[in-house]
Design a protein around this ligand. Structure first.
Ligand code: ADP
Ligand code: MG
Length: 244
């Protein structure tokens, strides 16, 4: 049975899709089989970020409506050893929470890691029927708005009975943090989740996005590799914030 990792946030644009593809690629480099599930119905993006839009024939909506088998709707991502993508339905509001939860459970049996890239917002339908052992990565940035939405999503997940929730502080820029006296401890405390990783602001993210490839180079990629190693159970210490 593989692990189900759910990448989420209250606020949009904080880096969920970037983190999802980055840790997926890191797990592949550790010889794990990985399925990325794009759950952002109506606004899917992972197919574009991984340059496989042209290959898509079916998506998760076709599986949920019983039209095709899982294997037909899953696409291999070129250039990665064992990375697969299940695209989100192209129409909004087409995911049924119960069917979605059952599908994620079924997918866990086929891959070492199933990584779900969730839409922003606090709609509980994506979470309510997920297996209780799911691991949640709550992505936030340093600003107060994304910090508050991290707290909202953490609270929702706690109410639903999920215990495995970790905070991922993305786009950390030490100069800006110093200038505006951003206290990472406060961000962690206010989110209500324990910190798993700090990912730096890194121009390589834009380069990878422009090339349509998962992030592999640069400081953010290295931080995501360390994050994946921690999820794998390795004891990888957090570097000092001025070394990130
Ligand atoms: N660590 C980072 N450094 C620099 N830019 C980033 C980083 N993480 C995300 N971005 C940029 O932020 C924007 C939003 O990221 P995205 O992953 O699409 O967020 P979300 O999925 O939460 O909406 C994108 O333009 C992406 O390239
Ligand atoms: Mg996204």
């Amino acid at each position: 049975m593989g692990k189900l990792i759910v990448v989420t946030s209250g606020k949009g644009g904080v880096g969920k899709s970037t983190v999802s593809t980055g840790i997926a690629s890191a797990f592949c480099s550790m010889n794990k089989s990985v399925l990325l599930v794009d759950a952002d119905e109506g606004l899917r993006c992972l197919d574009l970020m991984l340059s496989i839009s042209d290959k898509l024939v079916f998506d998760m909506g076709d599986i949920l409506s019983g039209n095709v088998d899982i294997d037909k709707a899953v696409n291999k991502v070129d250039g990665e050893k064992s990375l697969y993508l299940l695209a989100a339905p192209s129409t909004p509001c087409s995911i049924n929470g119960e069917a979605f939860g059952s599908l994620m459970f079924e997918l866990q049996e086929k891959y070492d890691y199933v990584i779900v890239d969730c839409p922003a917002g606090i709609d509980d339908k994506y979470y309510v029927c997920l297996p209780k052992g799911s691991e949640f990565l709550i992505v936030t940035n340093c600003d107060a708005v994304s910090g508050r939405s991290a707290f909202e999503i953490t609270s929702l997940l706690s109410t639903l009975g999920f215990v495995n929730k970790r905070l991922l502080l993305n786009r950390f820029d030490k100069k800006t943090a110093r200038q505006f006296k951003v206290l990472v401890d406060d961000i962690i405390d206010n989110s209500g989740s324990r910190l798993l990783a700090v990912i730096p602001e890194d121009s390589q993210v834009k380069v990878a996005a422009a090339k349509g490839k998962a992030l592999k180079l640069g400081r953010a990629a290295m931080a995501l590799y360390r994050t994946a190693a921690r999820i794998e159970g390795s004891d990888v210490p957090l570097p000092k914030l001025n070394k990130i």
